[in-house]
Structures are given as structure tokens and as C-alpha cells.
Design a protein around this ligand. Structure first.
Ligand code: SR1
Ligand code: MG
Length: 430
């Protein structure tokens, strides 16, 4: 299948990228020397795009270019190049509120659908760190603040209604990327689909049980409908541990190409789901068994701290930046008004919590039964052990999706994760 692209578009490679950057004096100066001195490597390991690192005598850069198809699958799955535009636009909007937690953007090329940004070094993709059992002591604080800032300041709590609606309209066209989420997260794992895959034959019965589970399909469809129709805040849209780069000291969120206006709990939940999946994967990476006990605790503590950090920062912002048209201050004056307002805040944060658990569970299921899996599980070589980890992940995920209302607080979620793992471990030890 041939793919139509705009006349000026061409996918760059390691040679043509150097020529391209040589024509942009400010960026070329960041690298220093001349193109012959630059080392260019294509390093993309994500599902969609080309990613290059350029190193010169004076400095380095990262270049991300959209391909007109899904890289993971190939040219048989065309994908609009415009996702680079949405990534750039989201980066600009989010950077106003979350600059310390995002790479600096230097250049956007609307013809090549290409973004030039700060090269993050020595940062690594967080997922590879957590697979190795590395601790990131400031991660929860940083990401809780990133989530609260980006989600609060793009909402009706902070923005005048007209401004917010214009922003909703700007991101409305990111339909194909939303469709990927709608299909791959909320639909395919619950039906027969050629795109689905799982650890087989070990999980064949588990996958069939998911497809036959009426309560689960009802709950995931509710979450999908909310995702499609609720324009609460500008979301990153794909906030998993593969979209975050870290050192022990720093946290940087990358790749907001799935950005659009959706339910606040989607970003929070996707991240929580990835931390929980990572928790269940640890048994596949430890040697001897039990060696990662402390690390498992850190992962669950981190999941708790992400939620509580997000919640407290969001409330703090809501107290101090009541600049939007939702919940206008003059409706809630005096002691009684304050009490009513606090009850409203509590109800809203509770609804975000419940949504987050549902989206966490949805993410955990899609990474086990859908098209795109996580290295956390994929790197477990023994299929029996991998399937055991994945089965635990599926069990908690189902509870989070179907019974999301029944969890009172985040500690209930982590306690349940711990209980499922300990029961499995006790049974495995005999
Ligand atoms: C076909 S793209 C598969 C997945 O990769 C991205 O990271 C998103 O999570 C998407 O669902
Ligand atoms: Mg990505």
C-alpha cells in the first residue's frame, strides 16, 4: 500500500538529517563544528516514530520525526503525520505549566513533521530503569506536580470558558491517535482481533475469559465513552513509563503526541497502571526469588505517592488559582460557602480517583492481551513465569475496572496488589 504524504515531506535518515540541520544555523551552532563532525544515530525504539540523536563538538540534540505509518506494524497501517503538530502544540501549552519536567523544544518543521528538542542525557527511559530495579527517589513528587499542573491549568477550573473551548477545538483533530487508544485500549482486548497477542498457550483461557466477561465489557465501555466525550483537561494521552525519562535527580516527560482533551483520570490512571504492571513483573526479573522485595515496596509506595502528590497539588492549585469559569468564587462565600466548596472539591477528586483506577486497569489489560506490550513483561524469558506475572496483573486490572468504585483510597489498591502477589508466592512455594 502506498502512502500519500505532503509534497515537501520526506523521511530523513542519518545522512540527510545532518544536511537538514546544517541549513538551520542556530541549531547547527548548538552542535558546533561542521556536519562532518557530527555523529548521528537513529535510536527510536517506540511504536510510531523516528528518533535521532546528534552529537557535535559543542553539544547535542534530539530530533523526532513522524513517519506516515505505525512503525511497530509497518506501511500497512497508515497514520497521519499531523501527530507531530499535536505533539508540538501540546509541548508548548504544557511547558507553560510544567517546564522543569519537559525537554526544551527548539524547532518545529511543519513540512517534515519534525521536532528538534533538547537531548536528555544521562537520562534513560524510566521503564528500563524499573526493569533493572532502580529507585528514583524524586519521581513521585515530580510527576505528581507535572500531572496536577498540566491537568489543572488546562481545565475549566483555571481557564476562562472561551479560551478553554478554543484549546479543546485545537486538539479535536487528533482523531487518529485517539482512535488508536479507543481501539487498542478499550476495544480490541475484549473481542477477537488479529492485532491481539498474549503469552500463548499459557494465557489462552484468560484471554477468552476476558472476551466473555460481560461485567468487564460494560465497565470498559463506560470508560471508553468517558474518554471519548469528557473534555476535562488537556491530556498527555500516553503517559506510561516509556514516555518518561529519568535520572535519580530529574524527571522529564516526553512524547505528548496523543494529546487531546479528555478525562483527568486518564493520564493519572495510565501511569498508575504501568507502575502496578511493573510491580507484578518484578518476579520475572529477580534472582534469587525475593531479591526484589524492597523494590516491590518502592513501586507500591511510589504509586501511592503519585496519587497523593497529584491530589494535594491539584487541591492547592484549586485553592490559589480560581481563575476559570467553573466553580466561581463568588458562589461560595462565607463559612457555609467554604464548606460547600470543599465538599465539591472532595467529590471531584473522588471522581478523578475512581476514573484513574478504571484507566489504570484498562492499561494493564491492553498491555497483556492487546497489540502493544511492555518490556516489563516481554523481557521475562520463561513463558510460564511471564504468564504467572501477567495473570496477577490481569486479576488486579479486572478489579480496578469493574469495581473501581469500591476502592476507598490508593492504599486499598496497593494492599490488594500486595495480597495477590503474596498469595501467588505462597502457593508457588507450596
Ligand atoms: C500502534 S501504537 C501502540 C501504542 O504505542 C503508544 O505508546 C500508545 O500507547 C499506543 O497505544
Ligand atoms: Mg510514545
Amino acid at each position: 500500500m502506498s502512502i500519500a504524504t505532503p509534497p515537501d515531506y520526506r523521511a530523513l535518515d542519518e545522512n540527510t538529517l545532518a544536511d537538514y540541520l546544517a541549513g538551520l544555523p542556530e541549531l547547527a551552532a548548538r552542535l558546533g563544528g561542521s556536519p562532518a563532525d557530527w555523529r548521528v544515530r537513529e535510536v527510536g525504539d517506540g511504536n510510531l516514530n523516528l528518533v535521532f540523536i546528534l552529537e557535535g563538538p559543542a553539544g547535542d540534540l534530539c530530533v523526532k520525526q513522524a513517519l506516515p505509518y505505525v512503525r511497530l506494524v509497518g506501511e500497512s497501517w497508515p497514520l497521519p503525520l499531523e501527530r507531530a503538530f499535536f505533539e508540538y502544540e501540546a509541548s508548548v501549552v504544557q511547558a507553560r505549566h510544567a517546564q522543569p519536567w519537559m525537554p526544551e523544544i527548539f524547532h518545529y518543521d511543519p513540512a517534515l513533521y519534525l521536532i528538534v528538542m533538547e537531548r536528555l542525557s544521562p537520562h534513560i527511559i524510566m521503564r528500563y530503569g524499573t526493569i533493572e530495579g532502580r529507585i528514583y527517589p524524586h519521581f513521585a513528587d515530580h510527576i505528581g506536580e507535572y500531572l496536577a499542573n498540566t491537568l489543572f491549568f488546562t481545565s475549566d477550573f483555571a481557564m476562562p470558558a472561551g479560551d478553554k473551548k478554543k484549546l479543546v477545538a485545537r486538539f479535536c483533530d487528533n482523531t487518529e491517535l485517539c482512535k488508536i487508544t479507543e481501539d487498542l485500549i478499550f476495544t480490541d482486548p475484549y473481542r477477537e482481533s488479529e492485532r491481539n497477542r498474549w503469552t500463548s498457550p499459557q494465557l489462552d483461557a484468560d484471554a477468552a475469559a476476558v472476551r466473555a466477561d460481560g461485567a468487564l465489557k460494560a465497565a470498559i465501555s463506560e470508560l471508553k465513552q468517558r474518554f471519548m466525550s469528557d473534555t476535562q483537561a488537556l491530556l498527555h494521552g500516553d503517559l506510561h513509563t516509556g514516555s518518561i525519562m529519568v535520572t535519580e535527580e530529574e524527571t522529564k516527560v516526553i512524547d505528548p503526541e496523543f494529546a487531546f482533551y479528555g478525562p483527568t483520570g486518564f493520564d493519572v490512571g495510565k501511569l498508575l497502571g504501568n507502575l502496578l504492571l511493573c510491580y507484578f513483573s518484578q518476579a520475572g526479573h529477580e534472582n534469587p526469588a525475593g531479591a526484589r522485595d524492597a523494590y516491590r515496596n518502592w513501586l507500591l509506595d511510589t504509586a501511592e505517592a503519585v496519587w497523593s502528590g497529584f491530589e494535594s497539588r491539584f487541591l492547592e492549585l484549586w485553592e490559589n488559582h480560581r481563575t476559570g469559569d467553573a466553580f466561581p468564587s463568588d458562589l461560595f462565600t462565607g463559612g457555609e460557602g467554604e464548606r460547600v466548596f470543599q465538599a465539591c472539591q472532595k467529590r471531584f477528586l473522588r471522581s478523578v480517583f475512581v476514573d484513574s483506577l478504571g484507566y489504570a486497569g484498562a492499561s494493564m489489560i491492553r498491555r497483556t492481551l492487546g497489540l502493544a506490550h511492555n518490556a516489563d513483561m516481554e523481557r521475562i524469558e520463561d513463558p510460564e513465569l511471564r504468564a504467572a506475572c501477567e495473570r496477577l496483573n490481569l486479576r488486579l486490572a479486572r478489579e480496578l475496572v469493574v469495581h473501581r468504585e469500591s476502592f476507598g483510597e490508593i492504599a486499598d489498591v496497593t494492599a490488594r496488589a500486595r495480597q495477590l502477589f503474596e498469595q501467588w508466592r505462597a502457593a508457588a512455594r507450596g
